[in-house]
Design a protein around this ligand. Structure first.
Ligand SMILES: N[C@@H](CCC(=O)N[C@@H](CS)C(=O)NCC(=O)O)C(=O)O
Length: 384
């Protein structure tokens, strides 16, 4: 009650003041002298002018200010002055390597993205050293700010050029071998990196143009735009769709997860690279963790209830496209980068039950074995 009385008093007092102001105003506009009018106009013009300057400057400032979620506009991949002090796990030597490249691949043997890079290098008959990274302690990549594999180091005149992200590695090397004469360091400038904060507040790095090959004059090289676009589309599909069917399949049950990790240990020669306790730790703890994570990935990527069907569907999707073309490969008579990407990704699960099931229940088998032959025989060395 008290409150409402005081409230009404306040209302009446304010109303009177407002009436007074209105009355004064009326006297200004009716009994106006020219000097007063000029002052009023002047003041209004000054006000408008100052307002425009402040407003305009603020807009220019806002337009030029980088958007808060973009951390840097672009940076080029760095150059190391000296090679990191690490032990090479194995050397892949191809007798007639014409590339002139001196490469070291930091990898996990069964990471699909690393397998994709190896498929590219092996097909083209390019020699390289391999550093098998310990997935738990990761000591051999401590020198890198990038926290994933594959990472590729190429020896150049003044140091070691870093390449990261499998698709960028493949695009950059492919541009290099097809357009000899351009320095590797120069090519990497076409793949700038931006960092940004995504909608969940996580800092992300993205390599621009990673699916693009860098040619000076593509039309002079007889490149057909439709084929180039198609190759890019399937490479992207391999990374965005196909690869996401793998984990939920190879870690589908706890037994399958242990079987997959045991095979990873075998082909990655973990017995040579890691002590026994660490190997068993990775196999059993890794299998359990990935079995749990596999369920979340299944939901995130909208896989079918029976995840095998999603794997078969994607294999058939690709195989059907090759069949429609009527050529042995997506690239025609020879594989293109899309063939190599799909082959590399599928080869990462070759020893898993899911892979055998995919061969037996989809139409990918004959294409897959054609690819295996041309990659293992380095048949692409004719293009280097
Ligand atoms: N877009 C990257 C993805 C690479 C990636 O996710 N690699 C995984 C291994 S398959 C990784 O290194 N994850 C971080 C880790 O294991 O610590 C590429 O194409 O290279």
């Amino acid at each position: 009650m008290n409150f409402s009385l005081r409230g009404s008093g306040f209302f009446f007092r304010r109303s009177k003041e407002l009436l007074n102001i209105a009355g004064n105003k009326r006297s200004v506009t009716t009994g106006v002298s020219t000097v007063n009018l000029r002052n009023v106009i002047k003041l209004s013009l000054y006000g408008a002018g100052i307002g425009t300057i402040i407003g305009g400057s603020y807009s220019i400032y806002k337009l030029n200010k980088p958007r808060a979620h973009i951390l840097n506009r672009e940076t080029n991949l760095p150059l190391l002055e000296e090679a990191p002090d690490v032990t090479v796990s194995r050397k892949v030597q191809v007798a007639n390597d014409q590339s002139g490249l001196k490469l070291t691949l930091y990898q996990y043997q069964t990471c699909p993205f690393c397998c994709k890079v190896r498929a590219f290098l092996d097909y083209h008959g390019i020699s390289y050293d391999v550093v098998e990274v310990d997935p738990v302690l990761r000591q051999s990549v401590k020198w890198s700010t990038y926290k994933k594999v594959p990472i590729l180091l190429a020896q150049v005149d003044n140091g070691y050029q870093i390449f990261q992200d499998s698709s960028m590695i493949v695009s950059a090397l492919s541009s290099y071998i097809r357009e000899r004469g351009r320095e590797l360091q120069d090519i990497t400038k076409s793949y700038p990196q931006i960092s940004f904060i995504d909608e969940n507040g996580t800092t992300k790095n993205e390599i621009m143009n990673r699916y693009f090959l860098m040619y000076d004059q593509p039309e002079l090289k007889g490149l057909n735009t439709k084929e180039v676009n198609e190759e890019r589309k399937w490479r992207k599909w391999a990374d965005d769709v196909l690869v996401h069917t793998l984990s939920p399949n190879v870690y589908r049950t706890l037994d399958e997860a242990v079987q997959s990790f045991t095979w990873f240990s075998h082909v990655g020669e973990w017995d040579k690279h890691f002590p026994a306790w660490e190997r068993y730790f990775i196999i059993y703890v890794g299998a359990f963790a990935m079995w749990m994570i596999g369920k979340r990935l299944k939901a995130r990527h909208n896989l079918k209830d029976n995840v095998r069907i999603s794997l078969y569907d994607e294999c058939n999707y690709f195989a059907r496209e090759v069949k429609v073309k009527g050529t042995p490969f997506m690239g025609g008579g020879n594989p293109n980068l899309a063939d190599l990407a799909v082959y590399g990704i599928l080869s990462s699960i070759e020893g898993c039950a899911a892979f055998q099931d995919a061969l037996n229940n989809s139409n990918i088998k004959s294409w897959y074995f054609r690819m295996k032959t041309v990659v293992n025989e380095h048949q692409g060395s004719q293009f280097v």
